[in-house]
Ligand binder design. Structure first.
Ligand code: FE2
Length: 172
């Protein structure tokens, strides 16, 4: 049984994750000199900021019981690891070479996998349960928006594969 507070807490943790990941993509896109690759990374960054905005809108309907520490408890070490690592990338000051980007993209692929296969799947299941139990809440539209976000995450994985292939071509 999921209640509004639990869903709101989960969404709050999702907002943090999406924002930190977005900032990491954004910063790496600014530090890469290859324009094609930079703009593809920027595309994913913008999507991730957009996802955070959608979650904020959803949370504005729910209660605002939010606790940062609880994210580690409910979403576990994977969530905490990604948030911490993404923050390091967001603080990056030096230029990023294409060969280093190859390695960074493996971490980004991990973020996309975590988003698509773990936290969004759980979030979706929680939203469905809440929809079934709390008929008074107007969450039906958010179910559709969450489906869009899940689709976006699949596209992000495809884009990362495309970028990896581009790098392989460029580096030979
Ligand atoms: Fe994503």
């Amino acid at each position: 049984m999921v209640d509004k507070d639990e869903l709101a807490q989960h969404i709050y943790c999702s907002i943090i994750l999406e924002e930190e990941v977005a900032k990491a993509y954004q910063k790496i896109s600014e530090k890469i000199s290859d324009k094609e690759v930079a703009h593809l990374l920027e595309f994913i960054a913008k999507d991730s900021f957009k996802h955070a905005a959608a979650f904020k809108a959803l949370n504005a309907q729910l209660t605002n019981r939010t606790d940062y520490e609880e994210c580690g408890t409910i979403l576990g070490a994977a969530w905490a690891h990604i948030v911490e690592e993404a923050r390091r990338y967001a603080a990056r000051e030096d230029a990023v070479t294409l060969s280093e980007l190859r390695k960074i993209l493996r971490d980004f692929e991990n973020y996309e996998g975590y988003a698509g296969e773990e936290y969004l799947t759980i979030l979706y299941a929680e939203l469905i349960k809440l929809l079934a139990n709390e008929l008074g809440l107007d969450l039906q539209k958010y179910k559709v928006i969450l489906e869009w976000i899940i689709e976006d995450e699949k596209r992000h994985s495809e884009l990362l594969t495309l970028i990896q292939n581009k790098i392989n071509d460029k580096l030979g």
